[in-house]
Design a protein around this ligand. Structure first.
Ligand code: EPU
Length: 431
């Protein structure tokens, strides 16, 4: 369901909220199930339209897929003949480029639509292709598709970095392909994001031999085959960070349950710097943390730069810009991952924010209030930033095109309502 979200600003958030499974871990992990014909059971998969999209791609590639109400997804490949990920599906979601590695490794052929650019910037895939070529795949681009084939992938030493540093999905793609390659693969400058580690843990459960995931050097010793496995997805650190921002901006007092504090240190550091209180309250039996966030009435400005993990994540930049719009001074925010990821800026300006931009840097002059307005969501995280701004905007904010939010946040409106936000969804037919 899409449409708009209407928010009456000015209500403090308080109470408890649980974090869903991480979208960006679940997507590559679901794709990795293509590496075996045995059954895989993935738990804590969030209900999101991006997840539905990847499950559709798995079905199109010969997998039986059942998504249970408790968030468990059971997959089993029953037919390995299909090797094409069509434009209509890949176009909806860039994570589908992740099928390239598993298809090449397991089926020796892959025809995957070239994903193209998107609203947050160019998003090239040259590093994915470089990695596959280094493993011995022959690659051509024809009629908008990547055509890749191999007799057998061979382990190699690969430096996986470009102008903007490491690549998360590129590392995932090459790591998946290398699990079934002959010999040893070394990925240098690998992405260290927790989602890459989670994928590596799943692959290890499937019988892969992987060392070093979570560091800049991952070593994969190819095995003949992988088997089915059960795995539980890590908590979504970006969803947790988004609730932290929502609590902070409303001068709220909330406890975020079942998160992983360790995955959020770059974010917590900035929150504390601007004046938010962040405390670990307790740890549950699964080793997950309950984290209390206490806001204040006025925040200090700061200098914030997005960086690969463990630095401040680009996926929380927009949400923090919303907070800094109300800080008592001038903040600088530099985007080092996606230099064009600023679609929220024009919309926040409609709410009274004072932001200027030079290259990939924003200068934000804090104002003493935002005012509710009709604004348009343009991508997932920009939409979240607008909802967060709407929570404190004076009067009513209507965020339209919220299908972007449903791609990556599970029941965001319901979770915010339980925390005391006055937010409602209007379906597109009547908005
Ligand atoms: N890049 C290249 N060449 C490549 C691949 C990437 O130059 O072949 C560049 C990108 O253009 C960017 C930088 O490298 O400047 C990092 O991109 P990366 O490949 O790491 O991004 P991704 O793997 O495509 C994932 C997340 C994004 C998140 C980024 C960065 C998924 C499904 N997506 O994308 O999440 O912003 O890592 O952390 O895991 C989101 O959830 O809203 C989202 C966009």
């Amino acid at each position: 369901m899409s449409g708009s979200m209407v928010i009456d600003g000015g209500h403090r958030l308080y109470g408890e909220v649980s974090v869903s499974g991480a979208k960006n871990a679940a997507l590559p992990i679901l794709v990795a199930t293509l590496l075996t014909q045995e059954e895989c059971v993935i738990e804590h998969v969030p209900f999101l339209s991006d997840i539905s999209g990847i499950l559709e791609i798995l079905r199109c590639l010969g997998a039986n897929v059942v998504q249970h109400e408790d968030g468990t997804v059971v997959t089993k490949v029953v037919d390995e003949t299909a090797c094409t990920a069509p434009y209509e599906l890949v176009n909806k979601m860039r994570a589908s480029i992740g099928v390239l590695g598993p298809l090449l490794a397991k089926r020796k052929h892959a025809k995957v639509s070239f994903p193209g650019g998107c609203v947050i910037g160019l998003r090239p895939i040259d590093l994915h292709l470089k990695g596959m070529a280094a493993l011995g795949a022959e690659i051509e681009i024809e009629h908008g598709y990547i055509l890749a084939k191999t007799n057998h992938l061979k382990g190699a030493e690969i430096f996986l970095g470009g102008a903007f540093g490491s690549t998360v999905l590129g590392t995932a793609n090459v790591m998946m392909a290398a699990t079934l390659a002959q010999g040893t693969t070394v990925i240098e400058n690998a992405a260290c994001e927790p989602e890459v580690q989670d994928l590596a843990n799943f692959l290890i459960n499937m019988g892969a031999k992987i060392q070093g995931a979570g560091s800049h050097c991952i070593i994969i010793e190819g095995v003949k085959e992988l088997h089915g496995a059960r795995h539980r997805i890590i908590p979504d650190r970006i969803e947790a960070g988004t609730f932290m921002a929502a609590a902070a901006i409303t001068d709220g007092d909330i406890t975020i349950k079942d998160a992983k504090l360790e995955h959020l240190m770059g974010v917590v550091d900035k929150l504390r710097e601007i004046g938010v209180r962040v405390d670990k309250v307790s740890e549950n039996k699964d080793g997950l943390d309950n984290i209390r966030i206490r806001g204040t009435k006025s925040y200090k400005p700061c200098v914030l730069t997005t960086l690969p993990y463990p630095g401040f994540p680009t996926d929380l930049q927009a949400q923090f810009v919303s907070i800094l719009c109300l800080a008592s001074g001038i903040s600088n925010v530099t985007e080092k991952i996606y230099p064009d990821r600023f679609m929220h800026v024009a919309e926040l300006s409609r709410m009274g924010a004072k932001i200027s931009k030079e290259g990939p840097t924003l200068m934000i002059e804090g104002v003493n209030h935002l005012s509710g307005a009709p604004v348009m969501a343009s991508d997932l995280r920009a939409s979240a930033a607008l909802v967060i701004a709407g929570l404190v905007g004076r009067g009513e904010t209507t965020v339209s095109h919220i299908y972007h939010l449903d791609r990556g946040y599970e029941k965001l409106d319901e979770k915010l309502q339980k925390l005391g936000a006055k937010i409602r969804r209007i379906p597109s037919s009547i908005s």
